[in-house]
Ligand binder design. Structure first.
Ligand SMILES: Nc1ncnc2c1ncn2[C@@H]1O[C@H](COP(=O)(O)OP(=O)(O)OP(=O)(O)O)[C@@H](O)[C@H]1O
Ligand SMILES: [Mg+2]
Length: 421
């Protein structure tokens, strides 16, 4: 179906593009709409709202013309011409008074009886918490490395532009492109073709001869983003739809910022059929942060809560709460939420990786220690939950390699951490 939209509603076109079998034309001036309507082959439908500057009599003239040539007209008056809503209804037009682009798109879909396009094939996984420093970025890094070792192709999307922790972690150079520039170009550019040139593919995380998948990146900013580069929520949501339709990846890991009320990225991923991984250290403040996000998700996507997964993180030495105790508390309060298991603390490996000259994964620094073994277990559980079948088996270490690793002190602290039920 051919649809002309005359609207400045941000993100509307991106939302509409989710419908299959729909060709959208979005002229910015009313004269262009008139010209399209006067064509020998006019479109099937015209949607117009009052978000572009146009006088009401001019809008009426276009509506009348469209009806005369047999074009279906749908109007949404929610701003300056709201008063004309009754007239439009009296004229027998389907009408709406709504500013939310997702709702407008859903209404148009219903009115025009559009079928949804096939759901995005890509698994979208947001790493979320309602508190900083909980380990979101850390979890994103190790999950990405664990997943690629199973032959999966991972795209890591750094959406925490106010504190881009992935940039130092993966040693992303300042020459890497920033998707913020693409977002500024507007919704028409947020399809897979527009996004692809903004994906950064560092040599050190490419697929290798042993069959591992690669890790690619969508990077927003290299340091704290400037205020003028801030991303508004409808833009982020529109961009999300483009990312979800990218080809060449098995899943997208989204590192999200902690201000979940202003930037409800994990909520959106969940509502759009994605999953949320919540790193959960057992300390009182951390569990409160995890609980806040879970309460928020339960309120906004109650029927999708089973797509939330807790990733327990062993606490630092001295913290008295244990993962085992806290896991029971969470299971009682959020029975739909499952656990991916627990990651041991590996401060030595983390520090060695941080201090390393260039990028190196903690999994390469300690491939046979308890930390790597736990990551592989967690990744396996995650694949199971997402319904992904990894091409490569779970990496296993021989007893000799494990003993040797222990003698060398690889993850010595982690080895003393209590087991998790
Ligand atoms: N299992 C672990 N072993 C060793 N260090 C860890 C472990 N888990 C987390 N850390 C450390 O905890 C610190 C905080 O983690 P991280 O930066 O990932 O938090 P965050 O939730 O992304 O924070 P922010 O909201 O500020 O982005 C990091 O320095 C990380 O190295
Ligand atoms: Mg972070």
């Amino acid at each position: 179906m051919e649809l002309v939209i005359f609207s400045a509603l941000d993100g509307l076109q991106a939302h509409l593009e989710q419908y299959g079998d729909l060709a959208i034309l979005a002229p910015s001036r009313l004269e262009q709409v008139t010209r399209v309507l006067e064509d020998a082959r006019p479109p099937e439908a015209l949607y117009l709202d009052d978000t572009r500057p146009a006088a009401l009599p001019d809008l009426w003239r276009v509506i009348t013309l469209a009806r005369r040539v047999g074009v279906r007209v749908l109007v949404n008056f929610s701003g300056p011409t709201r008063g004309a809503l009754n007239d439009a209804q009296a004229a027998g037009l389907p009408t709406l008074s709504e500013r939310d682009p997702a709702r407008v798109a859903a209404w148009l879909g219903e009115q025009l009886r559009l079928g949804r396009a096939a759901p995005p094939r890509l698994a979208m996984v947001a790493i979320g918490a309602a508190k900083g420093g909980i380990g979101k970025t850390f979890a994103t890094c190790v999950l990405a490395e664990g997943l690629r070792r199973r032959g999966l192709r991972v795209l890591v999307w750094d959406s925490d532009i106010s504190n881009p922790g992935l940039v130092p972690a993966f040693r992303i150079p300042s020459s890497a492109p920033s998707y913020l520039h693409l977002i500024q170009r507007g919704p028409a550019h947020w399809g897979p073709d527009g996004i692809r040139p903004f994906i950064f593919q560092p040599e050190h995380t490419r697929g290798s001869a042993n069959g591992w998948g690669g890790i690619d990146f969508l990077i927003g900013s290299h340091a704290v983003a400037r205020a003028e580069n801030d991303v508004r929520l409808p833009d982020w949501q529109g961009f999300y739809e483009g990312v979800a339709r990218l080809e060449g990846y098995d899943l997208v890991l989204i590192d999200t910022p902690p201000d979940y009320l202003r930037r409800p990225y994990a909520t959106h991923a969940l509502q759009r059929g994605g999953a949320v991984v919540l790193p959960a250290p057992p300390g009182a403040r951390e569990r409160m942060g995890v609980g806040h996000l879970l309460d928020h998700l339960r309120e906004h996507a109650p029927e999708r809560l089973e797509q939330c997964m807790l990733l327990f993180m062993e606490p630092e030495r001295g913290v008295t709460a244990t993962v085992k105790e806290v896991a029971v508390l969470f299971a009682r309060r959020y029975p739909q939420v499952s656990s991916l298991g627990a990651l041991p603390r590996a401060p030595r490996l983390a520090s060695l990786a941080d201090e390393h000259d260039g990028y190196i994964s903690m999994l390469d620094l300690g491939p046979h220690g308890p930390f790597a073994a736990a990551v592989h277990q967690v990744v396996d559980a995650l694949c199971g939950r997402l319904g992904l079948t990894p091409p490569l088996p779970m990496p296993r270490s021989s007893l000799w390699a494990r003993l040797n690793a222990r003698l060398r002190g690889e993850g010595a602290l982690a080895a003393r951490s209590p087991a998790v039920a």
